[in-house]
Design a protein around this ligand. Structure first.
Ligand code: SF4
Length: 113
């Protein structure tokens, strides 16, 4: 994916409620025609959705990132769920023994394959 599409996707996914297409091209500092091509590509790839929207009587679109389903296998190591899901610790990843132990289990599981 070209960098302008990656940047557009990042902006769309990181904006709660979505981004107006009529604003996206200004944020990306590209012209509206190029923005339309970028949006079409992201739509064709199934990464975003587009909903018609009227602002001051002018038709535009709200662009929202599509939610991906999570592969449950990516959360498991030796049938043990990644500890972050139910964690209420103050997170300092570099010092977390729970995640290190879990990753160790994951590495063992990968080595068995
Ligand atoms: S890395 Fe450790 S401290 Fe951080 S959320 Fe995961 S389990 Fe909790």
């Amino acid at each position: 994916m070209a960098s302008v599409e990656e940047e557009a996707l990042r902006i769309i996914q990181c904006t709660p409620g979505g981004v107006l297409q009529s604003e996206l091209w200004k944020i990306l500092k590209i012209d509206s025609r190029k923005c339309s091509r970028v949006v079409k590509k992201l739509l064709d790839m199934g990464l975003i959705e587009r909903v018609e929207h009227r602002s001051d009587g002018i038709k535009t679109f709200i662009l929202r990132g599509k939610k991906k389903t999570v592969d449950a296998c990516l959360l498991l190591a030796e049938q043990e769920l990644v500890p972050c899901i139910a964690c209420d610790r103050e997170c300092i990843v570099e010092e977390c023994n729970l995640i290190v132990d879990w990753m160790y289990q994951l590495a063992i599981e990968e080595a068995k394959k």
